[in-house]
Design a protein around this ligand. Structure first.
Ligand code: HEM
Length: 223
């Protein structure tokens, strides 16, 4: 997968490393958590040699999730947590044209409100998962009622992040064709940008910071 001339840079190497650390740790956590939570998913413990090991895998992957989420928030909060009023409100009213036909859905910046909702859910519930998970790891250090609330919050977080993940996975691959290269090479086509993030594209072009594959880096990048 090599970018073609004229493709547009939407993510840098650090951003992509952060995405994959977060994604892989999150997927391992969801699968190992599922394997511990439900009897019918206990078979997920077979490859690691039993439920005790699955818990070890889960807890230590959690330790990788912590810095991954920290950097993910640092990398994305500006573009994915701040709503652009009123355009984003208009976008929400018509679901961006994703659910029914909309003639001209409002233009979006780097991320649309659906993606922002996903980011916010991951950030907020991710922090809840970390805090509740750490307390559940050392239950004897806390009161029984505190630990019980943590079990509830941990399960709640799972039921929020898990379905969101499938929507994200679907849209990032087959739902919105051309998205996947954004987290592989960091480059997407101009046509994709014009459809997915037209306002961002225009702003980047106006202030001369757009990086195009095969063209010289914009002056703003040379310090
Ligand atoms: C194999 C599974 C995954 C695929 C194929 C995938 C795909 C993508 C793609 C293509 C983008 C860039 C979208 C764009 O710029 O328009 C993206 C961004 C992002 N991904 Fe993933 N991803 C996966 C797993 C995950 C997981 C498990 C998480 C978090 C727990 C995650 C969190 C994010 C976040 C927060 C962004 C920033 C923009 C947004 O909120 O949508 N991804 N992903």
């Amino acid at each position: 997968m090599i970018p073609k001339k004229g493709m547009i840079k939407v993510s840098d190497t650090f951003e992509r490393i952060v995405h994959w650390c977060l994604a892989i740790s999150c997927i391992v956590l969801m699968l190992s958590g599922l394997g511990m939570m439900f009897h019918s998913f206990n078979f997920l413990a077979i490859p690691v040699g039993g439920l005790k090991n699955l818990k070890l895998v889960h807890n230590f992957t959690g330790l990788i999730f912590i810095p991954s989420l920290f950097f993910a928030i640092l990398v994305w909060w500006k573009e994915a947590a701040i709503f652009d009023v009123p355009d984003d409100i208009e976008w929400i009213k018509c679901a961006g044209g994703y659910l029914w036909h909309v003639e001209n859905p409002p233009e979006t910046g780097k991320y649309n409100p659906g993606q922002k909702a996903f980011f916010i859910a991951v950030a907020v519930f991710g922090i809840i998962m970390i805090i509740s998970g750490l307390i559940m790891w050392f239950p004897l250090e806390f009161s029984a009622s505190t630990v019980r609330v943590m079990f509830f919050l941990h399960a709640l977080g799972f039921f929020v992040i898990f379905p969101f993940f499938f929507i994200h996975l679907y849209l990032g691959t087959i739902g919105v064709p051309g998205s996947f290269p954004a987290i592989m090479t960091g480059y997407v086509t101009r046509a994709w940008c014009e459809k997915q993030c037209p306002k961002w594209l225009r702003e980047m072009e106006e202030n001369g910071t757009l990086e195009v594959f095969g063209e010289e880096k914009p002056a703003a990048e040379h310090h």
